[in-house]
Design a protein around this ligand. Structure first.
Ligand SMILES: [Zn+2]
Length: 282
């Protein structure tokens, strides 16, 4: 089974797909109705989630929220044709502008997604929004860094933060902004959540939140410092791309079974820092 279910509490279930780096979709249930956050990459995975959720939500799925425009969080929107999909303004704009092109590129390696029609969010907001779902209050907060349109959804009553890719095992800013991601992670520490549902992989529980977020901030600061020093020493681009993650403050492999994080994500981050520093020199 590619989709795993984790019951976080009686109102909250987390679905995770092993087919794309444990991408998460969360479902909040109350009085027979459901709210879904993020819709995965493969519509087939999302269909499975939808089937399970419908068994639990006798009155149906009322809302879907996208945390940001990346395809691995929005492709499954296609499964929710007649349901309100909410996202930040910028998310809809970026989807309109880029999603089809990215989809065409991505479909070369994942043919299953080739025929997907992009289903845009139909409810957007420009600063912050609140969604009252029965007696639960959700704050939708703009948290740029991983991408410019990234939002976090904070379930205030329970202090649970749905972070999208703002919080993932290795922070990723190739399509975003490293400095903004640092600011955002600091804001999340101040928010003091009890549980963080990451965009990928397992949730982070209270006792580890500060430690893990500080580790991510340290990584984001060190990667810049180390690439800067390496450029000064005259290291080539190829040599810089080989700088191990352990030199940038992350010693323990957060996902030992999936080399994607330490390899692909980290190398892309190195490439982005290198590009930014070179551009600043010009
Ligand atoms: Zn993303």
């Amino acid at each position: 089974m590619s989709v795993k279910e984790l019951e976080i509490n009686k109102n909250l279930y987390l679905y995770s797909s092993s087919r794309y780096h444990n991408i998460n979709s969360s479902t909040f249930l109350k009085e027979g109705k459901a709210l879904i956050i993020d819709t995965m990459l493969f519509p087939d995975d999302m269909k499975k989630v939808k089937r399970i959720v419908k068994l639990r939500a006798s009155k149906g799925i009322e809302w879907v929220i996208n945390t940001h425009y990346h395809l691995d969080h929005t492709c499954g929107n296609i499964v929710f044709n007649n349901i309100n999909i909410m996202a930040h303004n910028l998310c809809r704009k970026l989807m309109e502008k880029h999603s089809e092109e990215i989809l065409r590129e991505w479909a070369k390696v994942e043919p299953e997604i080739a025929d997907i029609k992009i289903n845009l969010p139909n409810v957007t907001f420009s600063r912050e929004a609140k969604l009252f779902f029965k007696n639960a209050e959700f704050e939708l907060i703009l948290t740029p860094g991983h991408s410019p349109d990234s939002i976090c959804i904070y379930w205030k009553n329970k202090r649970i933060l749905f972070a999208g890719d703002t919080v993932i095992p290795i922070p990723y800013f190739y399509y975003g902004n490293r400095k903004k991601l640092i600011e955002t992670l600091k804001r999340i520490i101040e928010l003091n959540p009890k549980l963080i549902v990451q965009g990928h992989c397992a949730p982070i529980y209270e006792e580890n939140i500060k430690i893990e977020l500080n580790l991510k901030i340290r990584y984001l600061e060190r990667i810049n410092k180390i690439v800067k020093e390496s450029i000064k020493k005259g290291l080539s681009k190829r040599e810089i791309y080989k700088i191990p993650i352990s030199h940038c403050g992350i010693d323990k492999d957060p996902e030992p079974d999936d080399p994607f994080w330490k390899r692909d994500i980290h190398i892309s981050n190195l490439a982005r820092v290198y590009r930014d520093l070179k551009e600043a020199e010009e």
